[in-house]
Design a protein around this ligand. Structure first.
Ligand code: ATP
Ligand code: MG
Length: 364
């Protein structure tokens, strides 16, 4: 508890700085009331970094990100930067962070808060109490495999991508998922298409081997990803942790997101290998983007960013109780009816501002 946690905050563009200001209040509360010490530094990423330095992520900020226990990012991008050259686009700043920190495990929780169960794309009865975690492999697979490109073959062109996974790439994301399952309900479902893909056959074999040798206590099941998609919208509560590859994870985590309602509620974490102090390289960020349509108006929902900080408490700082308490505070203010504009149902009501929502959560 006397340990100090180093945190680099990168608010970014659009609503990023607005939602991050609310996280700052939460951090201050934990410092004042729980004796935690955060060594917080702040930097630029995305369009604002381009405006200041002509690059979406400076080498100095990159080096800082490598050195801290956790990076918390708001959002990057906006219409102002749409016509920039590809090499300096705001999103390149985020991609550089992910790549250089080698963040191979992307964690996307889908949790249904009871007060918002009617926002789900499914019936309340199907999603009430939903709490699943999708772990997506983030640095390999078909998005990166070679050969890739558009080639000429005879008298026509052919577009080629290659799904490629090495045993070690599969094993490391599997280990990350088993570790998480162990701390949750102890169940892991691995999804691939071993029926039609060689990489899927290897995926299944390696995940099973890691299970048998290192995590026999975790209950492991395998599912074809197409069936997984079906099960996710039929009976999502059957899952605890799901581990899958880059492409399937991209699709399945977006589908799972819609089980919970608003984009303004969804946190994420991207984890890499453990550093010398045992803490993994880690980047936390809300799933939503910079929302230029509402930026600067005090309308943004800060909960996705606040819940991303809760994930940092849990996965980087080992403060599971603090993370639980923060999530409980969010649940409480929602149950009391506090709503930002994105959470207004058809019944209407008066939305509260970004800052009022942050204050309510801190008070709770
Ligand atoms: P990106 O390309 O960065 O993912 P995007 O345009 O796909 O961006 P967002 O920027 O996330 O998506 O915005 C999508 C919609 O959701 C917008 O109408 C935006 O206002 C809304 N939205 C996103 N985040 C929030 C939030 N935290 N609170 C309220 N509304 C939000
Ligand atoms: Mg988007």
């Amino acid at each position: 508890m006397t340990d100090s946690y180093s945190l680099l905050i990168l608010p970014g563009d659009g609503i990023g700085p607005e939602v991050m200001a609310e996280v700052r209040k939460v951090i201050d509360w934990f410092q004042a009331n729980r004796g935690m010490r955060f060594d917080v530094s702040e930097g630029l990423v995305g369009g604002c970094a381009y405006d200041a330095h002509g690059t979406p992520l400076s080498d100095e900020t990159m080096a800082q990100a490598q050195a801290v226990d956790a990076v918390l990012l708001g959002a990057v991008g906006g219409p102002k930067y749409d016509n920039l050259d590809f090499s300096v686009k705001p999103e390149r700043g985020l991609l550089r962070l992910r790549k250089e920190m080698d963040l191979f495990a992307n964690l996307r929780p889908a949790q249904c808060f009871d007060a918002l169960a009617d926002f789900s794309s499914l019936k309340r009865e199907v999603v009430a109490g939903l709490d699943i975690l999708i772990v997506r492999e983030l640095t390999s697979g078909v998005y990166f495999g070679e050969p890739r490109g558009i080639f000429t073959e005879g008298n026509e062109r052919v577009g080629i991508n290659t799904q490629r996974y090495t045993e070690s790439e599969i094993a490391r994301v599997a280990r990350a998922a088993f570790e998480l399952a162990r701390k949750r309900q102890g169940r892991l479902c691995s999804m691939e298409k071993a029926n039609v893909m060689e990489s899927g056959i290897l995926w299944r074999e390696v995940v099973q081997k890691v299970h048998d040798e290192e995590y026999p206590d975790v209950e492991l099941s395998h599912m074809y990803a197409d069936n997984g998609a079906m099960q996710l919208v039929r009976n999502p509560r059957q899952f605890d942790v799901i581990v899958t590859d880059n492409l399937f994870g991209d699709i399945l985590s977006d589908a799972a997101a819609m089980l919970t309602g608003s984009l303004g509620m969804l946190p994420s974490a991207s984890l890499g290998a453990p550093a010398a102090n045992g803490r993994p390289k880690a980047l936390y960020e809300p799933v939503h983007g910079s929302a230029p349509d509402i930026a600067g108006q005090g309308k943004a929902n800060p909960i996705a960013c606040i819940l991303s900080f809760a994930m940092a408490l849990r996965y980087s700082f080992g403060e599971g109780q603090a993370a639980d308490d923060l999530e409980a505070a969010v649940e409480k203010v929602l149950a009391e009816g506090a709503r930002t504009a994105d959470l207004m149902g058809p019944e209407g009501g008066t939305p509260i501002s970004t800052s009022a929502m942050g204050d309510r959560i801190v008070a709770a």
